[in-house]
Write a protein that binds this ligand. Structure first.
Ligand SMILES: Nc1ncnc2c1ncn2[C@@H]1O[C@H](COP(=O)(O)OP(=O)(O)O)[C@@H](O)[C@H]1O
Ligand code: SF4
Ligand SMILES: [Mg+2]
Length: 304
């Protein structure tokens, strides 16, 4: 299957501080050599903790952020949309829903109001909302409904690929599955490719075909969801999957709670996971490369 879009060895650095001449003295190394391929009609999961570079990757894929180095690949006529985590901040509260939903179309080619309202009614129906609600405003909808509006907006430009950046993280647990199921139904109907970004292991496991596990701006493990989840090879992936919900808070507890995530201002030399890795040994002080076994299962660890 040919890749609809991809990244080749992408680095992104953000300037954080400058000296009196304006030269950058400190930078955040958000992405450190990321390569991915998104296949048509499939879902690639990006799994990792907060701050590992997931949203930066999303911004590069959508073309909103140019990489510091590396390339975005793919056919230029393929269209790409994005759905963000928080529908409250991504929907303009002063706009009626028909304008929100059709804004990408309007910006591309100004269209008459009645045509846009009709288009919006169809799009609302596609995402399970009432078509006669086109004149309502965002505050008249629940959180889950607002995320459906954001999905309708993403569909309006008839994309081939939708980037979903933590699309259900701000929603009640009961609503999360409804939104994810809606996305799967739309994918089956429209043949969409998804990049589903999440810190939630269960979400990735249930809704993705492939997964890339990220740590400190690098992919540490990559492969089919079936392979990676049945047989995780990188110590970081294992730690994530071993997490046991803590009684009372429901929050996952794992070994990572006792050690610190290194700063991305000064990257570690050698394996980025070294200071937290239960398997660290001689050889881990050298940089690790993402290398492969059978079936495209890639791991960045010489001891895996
Ligand atoms: N505009 C920015 N300026 C400076 N640092 C940034 C900027 N955007 C992201 N970063 C840094 O890049 C790293 C990755 O951030 P992000 O991609 O948002 O991670 P995630 O989505 O996985 O939580 C973080 O250390 C973050 O502070
Ligand atoms: S290279 Fe060493 S420190 Fe890094 S994940 Fe593998 S065993 Fe752990
Ligand atoms: Mg993010």
């Amino acid at each position: 299957m040919s890749a609809a879009i991809g990244l080749e060895d992408v680095f992104v650095r953000f300037p954080v501080a400058r000296d009196w001449r304006g030269r950058v003295t400190v930078q955040a190394h958000a992405l450190n050599g990321v390569s991915i391929a998104v296949a048509r009609g499939r879902t690639l999961g990006i799994l990792g903790e907060s701050g590992c570079g997931k949203s930066t990757l999303a911004q590069v894929l959508t073309g909103l952020l140019p990489p510091s180095s590396g390339r975005v690949t793919g056919d230029r006529d393929g269209r790409i949309s994005i759905v963000l985590q928080d529908p409250n901040s991504s929907l303009d509260p002063r706009m009626p829903v028909w304008r929100i939903v059709t804004e990408p179309v309007f910006l591309h080619a100004p269209t008459r109001r009645e045509a846009l309202r009709a288009m919006a009614a169809d799009l609302l129906e596609c995402v399970g909302l009432r078509p006669d609600h086109v004149d309502r405003y965002p505050h008249e909808f629940s959180g889950g409904q607002r995320q459906r509006i954001a999905i309708a907006r993403a569909l309006s430009s008839k994309p081939d690929i939708i980037i979903l950046d933590e699309p259900t993280s701000a929603l009640d647990v009961s609503v999360q599955a409804q939104i994810l199921n809606l996305l799967l139904a739309l994918q089956a109907e429209l043949g969409l490719a998804f990049v589903l970004i999440s810190h939630n292991v269960a979400v990735i496991r249930h809704f993705c075909d492939e997964v890339a596990v990220m740590y400190l701006g690098q992919i540490v493990e990559q492969g089919s969801v079936d392979t990676v989840f049945a047989d995780p090879a990188h110590p970081y992936t294992r730690t994530l999957l071993d997490a046991v919900p803590r009684i009372g808070t429901g929050r996952a507890h794992h070994a990572l709670d006792e050690t610190e995530l290194p700063s991305n201002r000064t990257l570690p030399t050698g394996c980025f996971f070294q200071n937290r890795c239960p398997m660290a040994a001689a050889g881990c002080e050298r940089p690790q490369i993402l290398s492969g076994g059978a079936g495209g299962h890639l791991v960045r660890c010489h001891r895996a």
